[in-house]
Ligand binder design. Structure first.
Ligand code: ZN
Ligand code: ZN
Length: 312
């Protein structure tokens, strides 16, 4: 935490905070390796992800600093292993939410090489987020935003960040998590998508609420329109103005920002995040639970078996 943040207490904006702790799309892929496949050694991460060495070292440090991973040093330097901490294990929900969206909405990019099986029912695992109170699968249209206190836009890093390139992220092999990250894996895209789910529609509103530079906002909005996540609908002719609305493909993305929000609330905000959501169906505050789409049972990170179907 910086001095400025200490001086004026800010509401915790969990999606924003999660981005700060995590860094970029590479961190997700490192966690995917560690959590899905038990990868723990530097060289192994490097080989699996095809990630530049200095980027890998920096992201691992960041994940250790954020307490998602722990660096286990044994007798020699060669014997360093990265172990997943409870915070990292809990990130499983975000990963499988991204996995499902990529599987279902990026299949046109070719086959992937990962199979996931729910051990208890033996069926292919597809993540479904349910309301912890009434156990109904969560639909974005059934969630009411009760209150929103965003992080002050002054806090948002103005550092330039490029949208991740799918080819680069898929260097280690075709993967649905990587494909989802190619859509929302940079900070601004994930915040723009988060805003769209909070009901923000117009350019000026996105700009005010995110404190984002107009050229970056315009770039992210057109990219999300191009990817079919948002649709631009004219609401004014002179001068031409558009509203940006989530398409069905965009609405299906909801579990990703939602699981990020829930993760951030749990680990970074001690349950007191700045965004309060209510489940319309049962009227309760939304508590997000991960389940298997097939058998509806609650699922944790040890309940799913991941197998790579191709070696690379
Ligand atoms: Zn409910
Ligand atoms: Zn199941």
């Amino acid at each position: 935490m910086t001095e400025a943040e200490n001086a004026t207490p800010q509401p915790i904006d969990s999606v924003y905070e999660t981005g700060e702790v995590l860094g970029d799309a590479w961190s997700w892929l490192i966690l995917r390796e560690a959590i899905f496949h038990g990868t723990g050694r530097f060289n192994e991460f490097q080989r699996r992800l095809g990630i530049p060495l200095d980027t890998l070292a920096a992201r691992l440090d960041r994940l250790v600093h954020g307490e998602l991973l722990r660096r286990e040093e044994r007798s020699s330097r060669q014997d360093v292993r990265y172990e997943v901490m409870p915070r990292g294990e809990d990130f499983f929900t975000c990963l499988v939410a991204a996995l499902r969206w990529g599987d279902e909405h990026c299949a046109d990019q070719g086959a992937t090489d990962l199979t996931a099986t729910h051990r208890a029912c033996g069926e292919p695992f597809r993540a479904t987020l349910r309301c912890g109170s009434c156990w109904t699968p969560i639909d974005a249209r059934e969630v009411v935003v009760d209150s929103v206190r965003r992080a002050s836009s002054d806090l948002i890093t103005k550092k330039r960040q490029r949208s991740p390139n799918r080819r680069l992220l898929e260097r280690g092999g075709p993967c649905s998590v990587a494909r989802t990250l190619a859509v929302i894996g940079d900070r601004w895209s994930s915040l723009v998508v988060r805003e769209a789910f909070l009901g923000t529609r117009r350019f000026g509103e996105f700009q005010d609420r995110l404190g984002i530079a107009p050229n970056i906002l315009s770039n992210r909005l057109s990219r999300l329109v191009e990817l079919g996540v948002l649709a631009a609908e004219p609401y004014q002719v002179k001068p031409p103005r558009h509203e940006y609305r989530l398409t069905p493909k965009g609405l299906a993305l909801y579990p990703v920002p939602l699981s990020l929000l829930a993760w951030g609330d749990r680990w970074l905000a001690s349950g007191k995040g700045g965004i309060r959501l209510l489940h319309r169906g049962c009227g309760q505050r939304l508590d997000v639970a991960l389940s298997c789409d097939h058998c509806s049972e609650r699922v944790g990170h040890r309940d799913v078996e991941f197998v790579r179907t191709a070696q690379h």
